[in-house]
Design a protein around this ligand. Structure first.
Ligand code: HEM
Ligand SMILES: *[C@@H]1O[C@H](CO)[C@@H](O)[C@H](O)[C@H]1NC(C)=O
Ligand SMILES: *[C@@H]1O[C@H](CO)[C@@H](O)[C@H](O)[C@H]1NC(C)=O
Ligand SMILES: *[C@@H]1O[C@H](CO)[C@@H](O)[C@H](O)[C@H]1NC(C)=O
Length: 334
């Protein structure tokens, strides 16, 4: 039915009519995502997003990592629905101020700016969640990583939940079994956990997220024994035990090729140079450790599998039709 109607709609070639039809038609609302979803309604979309991400990264290299993480934190909490982008209101405390996100997730203004550009060309046509999904893909590509085609047609969510963000996002100091359980509950397997963790080949983490490894690991009075001694010294200099004032200082997640999207993350883990406990924990389980070993030696398999797991991530709990909307601004509901 859907296949039959597409060409008929094309005859009219009136975007407003097409939009109204999509929004009011329950069957179309349930369609699968489509690579060409905005081909007629917003032809410059992918170029606008690519340029916006490129400029943001040119201004600040780390922004690539920040956009990739933002997409993960959106999708992992009640599905990919741009709920992360919603500002708090009088009757809703959203995800921006949850423990894992507050003073930690960056890049909201990059997505807001790209959205504003898209609105100029194609008003009320493209969802914020589709823009964020494309931006994360482009961030990886522009950091030297893999390209993958992105299917479009997601809709923006109508609510956000601070509590859901606190409960569902993984913590860097919880055990691997707990992290894996969180991923499993969303349809991922151990391979996805290992592969998606490879995102930590770019970007940075604040001292407080790994500091307990440096001085008094789990009450031992000593550093984490699974932390490379050379890296330990560097990190102790960056994050001295005495000073809480350094808790927000940054260390690279991959200290060898910090801004390059490659498989160095896995080589680092084999070298006991993972930054977060949750990173190095992948070596503490024989199943995940053998995958780490594999990806450290097979960069092409990593790029291929990373793309596949990202597609999976970008399809978690998506909304179509009446369940969502096309926001005018990403920070608030229409
Ligand atoms: C496996 C469980 C994961 C845990 C426990 C975790 C935890 C963290 C933590 C604690 C930080 C540093 C935050 C800060 O310092 O404020 C971070 C950064 C980052 N995470 Fe994860 N993460 C996980 C999985 C992922 C996944 C699946 C992705 C993407 C596919 C991802 C992408 C990133 C990126 C790119 C950064 C750097 C962000 C920046 O520099 O702005 N992480 N992660
Ligand atoms: C460029 O990056 C800096 C941080 O390095 C940030 O404060 C500034 O807002 C960014 N400018 C633009 C135009 O994105
Ligand atoms: C790990 O999960 C178990 C079972 O849900 C829970 O009891 C435990 O508190 C969790 N551990 C951490 C450190 O979060
Ligand atoms: C191992 O880790 C150290 C410290 O981070 C680093 O200097 C060295 O280059 C690493 N070796 C390999 C083979 O990656």
């Amino acid at each position: 039915m859907v296949e039959l109607q597409r060409p008929i709609i094309a005859h009219f070639a009136i975007p407003v009519f097409f939009l109204a039809f999509c929004m009011s038609h329950p069957l179309l609302g349930q369609t699968q995502l489509d690579y060409n979803f905005y081909a007629k309604t917003c032809p410059p979309l992918e170029r606008i997003v690519r340029v916006g991400v490129w400029m943001a990264i040119k201004n600040e290299t780390r922004m690539a990592a920040s956009l990739l993480r933002m997409h993960f934190h959106d999708c992992f909490v009640n599905g990919c629905d741009a709920s992360l982008l919603l500002d708090d209101t009088a009757d809703m405390t959203g995800e921006k101020n949850s423990l894992p996100n507050r003073n930690s997730v960056n890049g909201y203004e990059v997505i807001d700016n790209i959205k504003a550009d898209v609105e100029k060309y194609c008003p009320l046509t493209v969802s914020c969640v589709d823009i964020l999904t494309l931006a994360a893909r482009d961030a990886v590509l522009l950091s030297g990583g893999q390209y993958w085609p992105v299917q479009l047609g997601r809709r923006d969510g109508m609510s956000a939940s601070e509590q859901a963000a606190n409960q569902q996002l993984p913590s860097p100091i919880e055990p691997l079994e707990n992290i894996t359980a969180k991923f499993t509950s969303k349809g991922f397997d151990m391979k996805d956990v290992v592969v998606l963790s490879g995102a930590h080949t770019i970007g940075s983490a604040q001292c407080f997220t790994f500091k307990r490894r440096l001085f008094d690991f789990k009450g031992s009075g000593k550093p984490d024994p699974t932390l490379n001694s050379f890296l330990l010294q560097n990190l102790q200099n960056t994050c001295p035990s005495s000073s809480d004032g350094t808790n927000s200082k940054l260390a690279p997640l991959d200290s060898v090729t910090t801004n390059q999207f490659d498989n160095m993350y896995y080589k680092n883990l084999i070298n006991n140079s993972g930054l977060l406990e949750s990173d190095q924990a992948l070596m503490g389980d024989s199943n995940s450790a053998s995958m780490v070993d594999y990806y450290s030696k097979n960069p092409f398999m990593f790029t291929r599998d990373f793309a596949a797991s990202m597609v999976k991530l970008s399809n978690v709990g998506i909304l179509t039709g009446q369940n969502g909307q096309i926001r005018k601004k990403c920070g608030s509901l229409n």
